[in-house]
Design a binder for this molecule. Structure first.
Ligand SMILES: [Zn+2]
Length: 258
């Protein structure tokens, strides 16, 4: 049994319904899903999806570049207001640091503030954190360490750094989550992390509709393909597929208290 620990279910990129996405995933052995919020608007959709489907849980958060023109206190109020809309909110995120050359990006100093506020929000509500990181390794660790206490746990999702950074993430008690990026060419550093990460500290996810497996590059990704992530982890770690499925399932349930 598999769980997709990070997907975006209601999304305009899909050409089939959420019902069909979940049914297809079930045929691949994917039984549970964590649907991720990224903005004020997406958080509502994420909650509604979790409330509709028993097998779907959800998170709420503000992605580094979303709702860029809204004042941060307003965004935090919105997250606060989301909390009583569902008992299936299991995490805060995705939130974090994103350093990329996109138009309409949130300035870095503002990203730091927004990330810090969401970390405090997670701590206050005893929820784990789902961290997004693009080119922000050092900033990310610094901010996480500033806010660290025994109440702060989480996962660095869509992990794409080397073992040196992975070790630092593990040292502060966080989990690491792998996507189908581990099937892409020239990812030796990442495969080294897959190999070395302790059995009880990794998750698998799709980040669908983004990041399809190598064999489907350029196409839409679906939660069913979390099976391919688990297969690749098994191959790299020289474990059976069943062992990796069970492990990642148990780790996800433990982190998100499912
Ligand atoms: Zn995502």
């Amino acid at each position: 049994m598999l769980i997709d620990s990070h997907c975006h279910l209601p999304h305009e990129r899909y050409d089939i319904s959420v019902d069909d996405i979940l049914a297809e995933a079930k045929d691949f052995g994917v039984e549970k899903f964590i649907n991720i919020g990224t903005s004020v608007e997406e958080n509502i959709k994420s909650i509604e999806t979790a409330n509709k489907y028993p097998q779907v849980f959800c998170s709420i958060g503000i992605y580094p570049h979303e709702n860029r023109t809204s004042p941060i206190p307003e965004l935090m109020d919105s997250l606060e207001g989301n909390l009583n809309m569902s008992k299936k909110i299991v995490a805060v995120g995705e939130c974090g640091i994103d350093i990329s050359n996109i138009d309409d990006s949130r300035p870095l100093e503002e990203q730091f503030i927004l990330f810090g506020k969401q970390i405090e929000f997670a701590k206050k509500n005893n929820l784990p954190l789902i961290v997004h990181n693009r080119n922000g390794d050092e900033h990310l660790l610094k901010i996480l360490k500033e806010h660290l206490n025994s109440n702060l746990i989480g996962v660095v999702h869509c992990f794409d750094s080397d073992w040196d950074f992975a070790k630092k993430v593990l040292d502060i008690g966080f989990y690491i989550s792998f996507t189908n990026m581990i099937t892409y060419p020239n990812k030796e550093n990442l495969l080294d992390v897959v190999k070395k990460v302790p059995e009880d500290r990794f998750l698998v996810e799709t980040d669908a509709p983004w990041l399809p497996p190598q064999s489907l590059r350029g196409k839409i990704n679906y939660p069913k393909y979390v099976k391919i992530v688990a297969e690749k982890v098994a191959q790299v770690k020289q474990k059976t597929f069943e062992e990796v499925s069970e492990r990642s399932y148990a780790n996800t349930c433990s982190l998100f208290k499912l």
